[in-house]
Design a protein around this ligand. Structure first.
Ligand code: IMP
Length: 402
């Protein structure tokens, strides 16, 4: 049994897709354990851009892909994604948990309604119904894939959600849900037992989170967070495997920081500087197309991600992009009332950030090494992989992950 769990160390969009795609050729299974189509994992293969939203990003290379129970599924989107991906790999093995919850149009309407109610303090959600789908799950009125086996159960559940939200639905909509289920039903199975059997019989697996540590429902910059557990801890309940199955944890961080939606971001850049880095890195949301907020790498934040996720290794992405920026910095501590603070705490307002500056490595690789070694010294774990370009092959392995 060899497992590696991959999480994002920032606010999502760290470039996990590319790292997962790269590593997945060494694993039997590629497993996604949280979130929904709010996620967007991008991989560029032979000039084609693939945007994974629900299917694990190791789909093209791993033997089997598993959408585990912790994921919430919009069946319309799932079908579109499978249809697209099946053109990239015509023989594939996909398993979808019968316990996974479904995101309906009612959840999407509810998401819009709640964001409207929040007004100026809106979260800036992706409006994909993710929060409401998890709300239904924990409120115990959600719809699971297993409910589709009995049309009357499905109808009853849709009715209940409609009553809770006071949002109407049409008979045609329930039929559409069922039609979408019919298209995927051959993939739906008991993934909990499947994963146990595979791992107990020696298969290896790569587990991937969607989003990043600081939009985790518990440990993120609450309330500006998503509604699932994005940290490594989420992998156990998100799959039905106990903690004993997980031994290696890889965090993915961008060489700078980006964020979509509102919330705490101490190293944020504004104006022309932000725009320049945004353009260099093409920092626009994969799911919503929104321009991402941009800032420097934040060491206290990264250290907190190492702690919360027990990270063993880091993958540092988009180093090529930052190398082209003319003012390269890393945030190392914060200043509050004249004192230096080294801990990341989204609930404590700070006055300033202390930065360390670096020279560009565009013509001098030694400067990139200095940048990496500085980060390693600060966070106490090694950088195993470097993202050095957009395409699949643009990854530099500094050492093999054992
Ligand atoms: P929700 O997940 O759609 O409810 O959105 C909650 C917050 O998480 C918003 O700030 C979103 O922009 C952010 N978010 C959700 N998914 C992702 C992602 O995959 N990458 C980056 N931000 C995300």
């Amino acid at each position: 049994m060899d497992t590696l769990t991959i999480v994002g160390c920032q606010f999502g969009d760290e470039g996990k897709g590319k790292i997962i795609d790269y590593l997945s050729s060494s694993y039997d299974l590629s497993v996604r354990f949280n979130g929904g189509e709010n996620a967007g994992h991008t991989v560029v293969v032979d000039g084609y851009t693939i945007k994974y939203h629900l299917v694990p990003a190791g789909f093209l290379r791993a033997r089997t892909s598993v959408i585990a129970n912790g994921v919430v599924l919009n069946l319309r989107k799932l079908n579109e994604e499978i249809e697209f991906l099946s053109k990239m790999r015509n023989k594939f093995d996909l398993k979808i948990s019968d316990l996974a919850h479904v995101v309906t149009d009612l959840h999407i309407e509810r998401d819009k309604f709640l964001e409207g109610l929040r007004g100026k303090s809106s979260i800036g959600t992706t409006l994909k119904g993710i929060g409401p789908a998890y709300e239904s799950k924990f409120g115990r009125y959600g719809i699971r894939l297993e409910d589709f086996k009995d049309p009357s159960t499905l109808l009853q559940k849709v009715e209940l959600i409609s009553s809770v939200y006071n949002i109407p639905y049409s008979k045609g909509y329930v039929e559409e849900l069922m039609q979408n289920y019919e298209k995927i039903k051959n993939y739906v199975t008991n993934t909990v037992d499947y994963l146990h059997d595979e791992l107990d019989n020696g298969s290896s697996a790569l587990f991937e989170t969607a989003q990043g540590t600081f939009i985790d429902i518990e440990f993120g910059t609450y309330p500006f967070v998503t509604s699932s557990h994005t940290v490594t801890g989420g992998v156990t309940v998100g799959t039905g495997l106990s903690p004993k199955y997980f031994t290696k944890f890889l965090g993915v961080a961008k060489a700078y920081t980006t964020r979509v939606g509102e919330g705490y971001f101490p190293t944020e850049l504004f104006g022309d500087e932000a725009e320049k880095l945004r353009k260099l890195g093409n920092e626009y949301g994969t799911t919503t197309g929104r321009p991402r907020r941009i800032g420097y790498l934040d060491i206290p934040m990264l250290k907190r991600a190492v702690k919360l996720n027990s990270l063993d290794y880091l993958a540092l992405t988009k180093t090529d992009v930052l190398g082209k920026f003319d003012d390269i910095r890393v945030g190392v501590s914060y200043i509050k009332n004249g004192s230096e603070i080294k801990e990341y705490n989204p609930n404590s307002k700070i006055d300033n950030v202390e930065y360390v500056r670096f020279d560009s490595w565009i013509d001098n690789r030694r400067n990139l090494i200095k940048f990496i070694e500085f980060i390693e010294d600060e966070i106490g774990i090694p950088v195993a992989l470097l993202g050095i370009g957009e395409s699949r092959g643009d990854i530099e392995k500094r050492f093999p992950i054992p």
